[in-house]
Write a protein that binds this ligand. Sequence first.
Ligand code: ADP
Ligand code: MG
Length: 137
Amino acid sequence: MERTLCIIKPDAVKKNVQGNIIRMISENGFRIIGMRLIKLTSEQAGKFYAIHKERPFFKDLVEFMTSGACIPIALERENAVAEWRKLIGATDPAEAEEGTIRKLFANSKSENAVHGSDSVENGKIEVGFFFPESEII
Ligand code: ADP
Ligand code: MG
């Protein structure tokens, strides 16, 4: 069974739509195998998004991700990475398909409600970032 990482980002937690997102997770065949409520430090956010550290939006991204509580959720299902990316929609909500989580709940390309791993390999690594194997349900 494949794993992917969801993070309900601070904009979505502030809007109080985490319940809507968790319902969509369950209704779309994902199994929740780990879930936490956490306020990231700048060090944690910078490490998680290290791949983007040379990008012009990196500083804003770290500031945004540390601006409030996040809910990392480890997900499992067949084809989890691709299925989760499909359900969340494009990075920019203006380009996201109708009915996707970002179309429904994102504010903008930066404050875009949820994270999704971009490959099977990164799905494993990112789940491990928040959930040690001994805590996976
Ligand atoms: P995704 O989250 O869809 O995989 P990326 O990996 O490209 O997107 O970017 C990571 C996160 O950085 C995005 O979800 C978004 O919060 C932020 N981001 C990406 N591109 C931009 C941008 N051009 N301007 C501001 N923030 C951005
Ligand atoms: Mg990405």
